[in-house]
Structure formats: structure tokens, C-alpha cells
Design a binder for this molecule. Sequence first.
Ligand code: ADP
Ligand code: MG
Length: 270
Amino acid sequence: MGAAAKASVAQALDELVPMLTRLQLTAIRDQLDSLLDQAARAELNLREALAMLCAAEVARKNERRIQMGLSIAKFPCVRTLEGFEYDAQPSVDPKQVRELAISRWVANGDSLLLLGPPGVGKTHLAVALGREAIVRGYSTLFVPATGLVTALARAHAEGRLEEKLLHYSKPKLLVVDELGYLPFEPNAAHLFFQLVSRRYERGSMLVTSNRSVSEWGGVFGDAVVATAILDRLMHHSHVITIRGDSYRLRTKRRAGLVHQASADLATKTD
Ligand code: ADP
Ligand code: MG
């Protein structure tokens, strides 16, 4: 290497960290010494070392994107599919859930209804599947049904309905939790219908409800609007109906059993 070439390499080396910053390769920048050590120890050639550095950067960027997506989604709690016990809820088919986790239904703009009584894991699965969608790159927003209709009704009263509808239409997946716990005001059903129409065949909706679909007329207080909503939601849809006991009560009962067993033991040893 000539003297001039050496000088320019030396200059580039001095500038390495600022250049990494400018290129926004922050993972490589922050872990530079340890990554280079690792490459040297593994005796990687230049191409292999470059691949390793890129992999570190891509992993960091992915992690950031997921964290950002999760914070935008406003999930009420942290729930994952790994944390879901299928043994506790035999009416849920693990294969169907694993298939849904791939999020093709979100890519296709399909709907997913999670139906069942309180405490059976509807919100858990909704949050976990929302998380899977984010991991796969789909923007997601979680909103409780009551919060959603309140926000739409307020926006309507303030002449900002269009803006609100746009807000709830933008995410690729909208999770509406706990539809049917409270009946809708007559006007709210119409507002909800407008949102469903707006999203229809563009974005996915995941709706959880403690009411069976046949009871939705009562929930919306208007059979015609309920039919129109269901017509759109059910067109390309997946339905999981969860039967069985509340997970919360089940855990409590178990605790009771444990209590009983230790009491039995105590009397035996007396
Ligand atoms: P729902 O929305 O159907 O009323 P949740 O999803 O809120 O019920 O479940 C109640 C609690 O029980 C949550 O903390 C949830 O994480 C937990 N839970 C429910 N079902 C399961 C399950 N099969 N495995 C693990 N945790 C569960
Ligand atoms: Mg719930």
C-alpha cells in the first residue's frame, strides 16, 4: 500500500465511530470492540465479519421496531402465546392459534372473533396475537370497545368524527376488546358500523366478546345495524369460541385445593 493510501485508511479509521453514527449503525458502533474481538477469535474472513456486523445491526433495528410497535399498540397488559396454557382451556385448538400467529389473516385483512364467557383468556389471546402481528411488521392498535365508542361519540359531537375514524382505520390490525359487556347507545352502534365499513377489506379487526354472535342485536340495540356489522365482520373471518371455566377462578380453586391438602396433611401428622 502506498503512503497516500495508508494515510486515507488512517483517516477513515479515525472517523469510524462518527461514520457509524452518521449511517445510523448504532448497534455496530456501540458493540464495536466486542464484535471485532468476536470476529478475530472466530478467525472470520472479511466477508464473514461484515455479515456478523450486519446481523447485529439488523437484530437491534428489529428489536427497536417491535418495542415501538408495542408502545403504539397500547396493550393493557403484557401477554404472550408462550404464556398461554392450552391444557387449561381445551376448547382452544393450539394448531389454529399457531396458524393465526403467522398473521396471514392480518395480511389478508380478515377478521378474528374471540368469543366466550369472562376469564377464559380472550384478552390474553387478543394481546398475544396482536403482538405476533407487530413482530411480523403489521401496525396494531388495541382499544376497549367502550373506550372506542366513547371516543367516536365525542368526536362526532365535536365535529371531528372523520379524524377519529381515520385514526382507528389506519392500523393494519385493530383489536376491539370486550364488545358486549355494556350495551351500546343507539348512536354508538351507527358509529361503530361506520368504522367497520371503513376498515372492511382493508384492515383486520380482532373483536373479543362475551356474547355469542346471535346476541349482538341486543348489544347494538338495533338488529339492522347489528346485521350490517356482522355481515362485514363475518365475510372473511375466523372464529374461536372458548368454552369452559374462568382461568382466574380455576387458579383460585386450585389454591383452595392446595389449602385443603395441606390441612389434611396437618391433621394426619397430628
Ligand atoms: P377474558 O378476556 O376472556 O375475560 P383474560 O384473557 O383477561 O380473560 O384472562 C384472565 C386472566 O387469566 C389473565 O391474566 C390471563 O392472562 C389469564 N389466563 C386466561 N386463560 C389463560 C390460559 N389458558 N393460560 C394462561 N393464562 C390464562
Ligand atoms: Mg377480557
